[in-house]
Each structure stands twice: as C-alpha cells, then as structure tokens.
Design a binder for this molecule. Structure first.
Ligand SMILES: [Zn+2]
Length: 446
C-alpha cells in the first residue's frame, strides 16, 4: 500500500450547478490523500492534516482540478489539425480520409497514438472517448499506448462500409472485427470499448443494424457516433432516409439510441429529437472549437437544457482547434452567448470533467476528486502567461477560473497526475510512466 498526500488550492464540480447550487467543492488550502491510486480523503488542510500527519505531503502551487474528460476526439486526425478550406463533407474527403488510410500500417498508428496521448496529458486530459480509424490495428495501437499510461481511454473500430476506397469495411468484417476487439480488450486496465459507426452517411442500413445487434449483445460497451453536425450533412441524411422523422430517428430505428449512446455535436436538432435524447438518457458531446472551425453552427444550450438533455464537452480534434479542455470550455461560453445563453465558469468546468465522465459512464470513477474515486487530476497555473498573471491577480475564484478558460491553453497545465502519480511535468518537460519518475523535482515534505 502506498499512501501520499497533496496540499494546495482545490476545486471540483461533481454535479450540475444549474440544478445543485452546492455542487462546487472548493478548498483554498486543501489536502488530498491518496492510497493505491484512489482518493481516501479530501478537505481543508487544517481539518485533515492531524489525521494524516505521518504521510509524505507534497505542496502544489496553482489550482488542482479533476483530470479533464474529453468526450469526443479523433486520434488519427491529430496531424491534420488546422487544415484549410472546407465545411464538413468536403473537409473529410480532402483532408481526413486520405490521412486515415495510412493507419492500415501499425507502426504509423503506434507513433501517432503515443504522440496523441502525450498531448492529452500535456493538456491535463486523463480520460477520453476516441475515434480511431476503420482499421482494427488502429484500436490496438491506441489501447496499447493507453494501457502503458494507465489512462481511461474508450474507443472502438470505426464502422464505415460506405466509406471511400481504402477505408470501407463490410458488414461482415465490421462485425467480426468489432467482436474480436471487444473480446481482446475487455477488462484490460482502465480501457473501455465503444461501438463506433462513423455517421449515418458512412454506413449501410445493414451495418447500422449490425451495430445495434452488437450493442444488445454487449450491454457494457458505449455507442459513439456523430449527429446533426452540418446542414449539408443533415440534408443528405434526410434525402437518404425518407421514412425517418429526423436524424436521431435514423439511429433510433437501428437500436442505437440509449443511455450508453454518445452523439458528437447535435447542433441542428428539432425539439422532438431533444425530447427523445432526454427520454432515453443518450447524451451529446458538445464540440465548440470544431463547430466554429468547420462553420457548422452553435450548439443550442437553451434547447438542450429545456429538454433535460445530458451533455459534456469534446475537442473533436482534428476539426477542433485545441486539445485544451479549458480552452474548449471558454469557447463553449462563447457558443452559448451566440444564442443568447450564458454559461457559468463553474458549470463549464463541470462540463469538461464530471459531466463528460457521466456521458462516458465513468463518473463513479473519475471527474470530481471525490473520496473513492481514482486520483486523476491536473494542476493549473495562474501564472502561465504574463497576461493571465495580470488578469488573475487579486481576482475572485470565478474570475480566475473564467480567465483561465478564455485565455488558457496547454501552457496552463503545470502537472498532470494519473492515479496519484505525476504523468506530465511542465517544469521538466517530462512524461513519466505512473510509478516510475513521479517524485522527480517534487517539493516533498515529511
Ligand atoms: Zn468527430
């Protein structure tokens, strides 16, 4: 048994402050006590210190928050971030599909997967729901890299039998490869599986039905796909599925809408679809930087709230323009304002942590730094840039949090911890495998 403690300013928002005014948990001088990777105590330092006086305590400067949970991101698109010129469907054809074809090669997939997970850690993200490519080896590469880092990574081979040459599977191979991957990776480390049809236009009716059958046979896995992102996409879906009430109804008719379904975007939804999402418990991964980059539109927070739809936040790299969930939270505020809604900075932090964890069905394990949860957290630096230092000096907690969301990027993150061990240290630019170099350079005290 290894026990250790961290002292510092701590903030988490484990429930939606819109419904729970007491959701914000804050200790200006807190103590977080960890045993074997789990939080066993958290509270004011003055209250807890006498109980844990014999434990090595490390002081961390900055704001300690739960590790971020990215509810929608594509790892093979990492190296196509910032590709110029088009909206969704043309952008896929011109920039993304050619890049994804290269993931037939395992060595390339390994290289990108490792660089991708390091980039998540540099941005304070410790859990993510990730699109790989159609190739099963792209899933193996990501899961192998996630297992080494002990990160909470959920992914699954992309199903796209109507995809372009070189990226199309078939109903039979898609089903067989998905089943084999579920068997291979079940119960390994902190990994999870998501059945991943790319989106309605990429899959035949038979393949979407197969995806529904797999979900029924494996109640522990998630469903991860895209929904109503772009107006041209929505028009094409309406044209192909003449019998469907709306875009969500297409997925519903194949058994793909349920409490474990995560739909990216959901920008252009009728009220009926929002009501159906709420009724089934399915959720939306809101991706504001991607929506702005591709000119897709703005998520309707007011409509979603009016219907009680669950939602979290995703970066949607490579249409998204930043790996930073803090920056993404700042853009969510701006997207909400574009529709005359206001997003509170504490609620934005909730969306980037516990709400996304809830979408991914891992909220019992991560997202709030609660006693019993896994000790994944990140340390945010108020002094990350000269401008941020000026703006946060003497400011209230809400002002400091909001300034970090609006002005912050990867430079905000001074440390990222996985299961209580330092996995990224900005001061030394070092990634550490958990348990290996965790204490290097630490301000350790007896
Ligand atoms: Zn996406």
């Amino acid at each position: 048994m290894t026990m250790r403690a961290f002292r510092g300013e701590m903030l988490s928002v484990g429930r939606d402050p819109r419904h729970h005014p007491d959701a914000v948990e804050y200790q200006p001088d807190g103590l977080l006590v960890i045993e074997d990777g789990l939080v066993i105590a958290r509270g004011a330092y003055a209250d807890l210190a006498p109980r844990f006086s014999g434990i090595a305590t490390e002081a961390l400067s900055g704001l300690i928050v739960p590790g971020f949970v990215d509810a929608h991101i594509h790892y093979p698109q990492m190296d196509r971030i910032a590709s110029h010129g088009e909206q969704l469907l043309d952008w896929l054809d011109r920039h993304i599909f050619p890049a994804e074809k290269a993931f037939a090669g395992r060595a390339l997939a390994d290289g990108v997967a490792n660089g991708f997970l390091d980039e998540l850690l540099r941005n304070g993200t410790t859990s993510a729901l990730v699109f790989p490519t159609v190739h099963p080896q792209s899933v193996d590469a990501l899961f192998d890299a996630g297992l080494v880092r002990q990160m909470r990574i959920i992914s699954g081979k992309v199903l796209m039998d109507l995809g372009p040459d070189g990226l199309a599977d078939t109903v039979a191979t898609g089903r067989a490869e998905t089943e084999a991957l579920i068997r291979r990776w079940a119960q390994k480390g902190r990994l999870g599986y998501a059945v991943t049809p790319r989106f309605a236009l990429s899959c035949s009716d038979a393949q979407m039905q197969a995806a529904g059958d797999i979900l029924t046979a494996h109640p522990e896995v998630l469903l991860h796909t895209h929904l109503a992102e772009n107006r041209h996409e929505c028009a094409a879906v309406a044209q192909r599925f003449l019998g469907a009430i709306d875009y969500l109804d297409v997925y519903d008719s194949f058994g793909l809408v349920g409490a474990r379904s995560v739909f990216a975007h959901g920008i252009h939804l009728p009220d009926r679809a929002c009501a159906r999402l709420a009724e089934t418990g399915a959720g939306i991964a809101v991706c504001p930087s991607s929506n702005l980059f591709l000119g897709s539109g703005f998520f309707n927070f007011g409509q979603a709230d009016a219907h009680g739809v669950r939602f979290g936040l995703g970066t949607d790299i490579g249409a998204g323009t930043s790996f930073s969930m803090m920056h993404t939270a700042g853009l969510a505020y701006q997207a909400a304002l574009a529709r005359e809604e206001s997003l509170d900075p504490f609620r934005a932090l909730y969306l980037a942590t516990a709400a996304s964890a809830d979408l991914l069905h891992i909220a019992d394990r991560v997202g709030a730094l609660r006693v019993g949860q896994e000790a994944d957290f990140t340390v945010l630096d108020y002094q990350a840039t000269p401008l941020l230092a000026r703006r946060t000096a003497g400011a209230t907690l809400a002002e400091r949090l909001f300034a970090m969301q609006i002005l912050g990027d990867d430079r905000l993150v001074s440390r990222t911890y996985i299961l209580g061990e330092c996995a990224w240290d900005r001061a030394t630019s070092a990634f550490a495998q958990p348990g290996v170099i965790a204490h290097a350079g630490a301000d350790a005290r007896p």
